[in-house]
Design a protein around this ligand. Structure first.
Ligand SMILES: [Zn+2]
Length: 71
């Protein structure tokens, strides 16, 4: 399929989603974003989110600022 529907793969749940937020090259669907907000620190899920986000922070560190925002 090569239609111009806006679907991305969520970095958290790895599902195809149309609604969510983009962080750098990653995408987090609305559901996971809300999950993150609800997740308590002592929750098992929290560790999962943190480990996922850690790779994102790593990407931020290596990011060339001039490339930020281009396509
Ligand atoms: Zn998700």
């Amino acid at each position: 399929m090569n239609m111009e529907t806006n679907h991305w793969v969520c970095m958290m749940c790895e599902r195809d989603c149309s609604d969510g937020i983009h962080i750098l090259s990653q995408f987090i669907c609305t559901e996971c974003e809300q999950d993150m907000c609800r997740t308590e620190v002592e929750d098992d899920l929290y560790d999962y989110f943190v480990s996922r986000l850690r790779s994102l922070w790593g990407e931020m560190m290596t990011l060339d600022p001039e490339q930020n925002g281009s396509t």
